[in-house]
Design a binder for this molecule. Structure first.
Ligand SMILES: *[C@@H]1O[C@H](CO)[C@@H](O)[C@H](O)[C@H]1NC(C)=O
Ligand SMILES: *[C@@H]1O[C@H](CO)[C@@H](O)[C@H](O)[C@H]1NC(C)=O
Length: 178
């Protein structure tokens, strides 16, 4: 992993130095879908999805988040992730995250460095058992050099996020299995 991150950091530096207009043909779009069954009522799941501060801090990579004063809706945050390089060291990345509430969940648009954009859709649907099926669909546009490493990071951190979210909601609903 350490080697991969070094490559990714070097690639990021190269990409940053490349004029934006010339980058399009090197971009790759990836779609990542994750689902999780949560033993909590759909209303509780939707309420947490729509609590943007709670969602930001559920992401294990996030080290800091501040509301962007230039967005009067208060739905844009400047978020800092510490991307783990190896034990005790991390590479901080700050990006802009814009949140939108939708009826059964939440959408996020993230603008990261080096032309990386990430769109997330979180949807909660009531399950006949009384629980909730949560689906996250991510659309990532990134330079081909960075795409694989970001996809790996995203899968790992968001799996952890979903598990923590489920644990919290199941504890609150009194349906925790452990
Ligand atoms: C949103 O989540 C934060 C952090 O978990 C919590 O402190 C706050 O009370 C929540 N806000 C609402 C409106 O539930
Ligand atoms: C977020 O991204 C989606 C998909 O790319 C786009 O349709 C939408 O307009 C964007 N919203 C904002 C607020 O930028």
């Amino acid at each position: 992993m350490r080697f991969q991150f070094t490559i990714a950091a070097a690639a990021l530096a190269v990409v940053s130095a490349t004029p934006v207009a010339r980058r399009g043909i090197f971009d790759k779009t990836s779609t990542i879908t994750s689902t999780k069954h949560i033993n909590a009522p759909v209303e509780a799941v939707v309420a947490t999805l729509q609590n943007f501060t709670a969602m930001i801090h559920l992401n294990p990579l996030v080290t800091n988040a501040v509301q962007d004063p230039s967005d009067p809706t208060g739905n844009t945050f400047s978020v800092t992730d510490g991307i783990p390089l190896f034990a005790g060291l991390s590479l901080p990345t700050t990006y802009s995250a814009h949140f939108d509430t939708v009826e059964n969940g939440m959408d996020t648009n993230n603008t990261v460095a080096a032309g990386v954009t990430l769109h997330n859709e979180w949807r909660a649907v009531a399950n006949p058992t009384g629980g909730t099926d949560l689906t996250e669909t991510d659309t990532l546009v990134a330079n081909v050099l960075l795409s694989g490493i970001i996809t790996d990071e995203l899968k790992t951190s968001h799996t952890q996020l979903m598990n923590t979210l489920a644990d919290q909601l199941e504890a609150a609903a009194g349906t925790a299995s452990s």
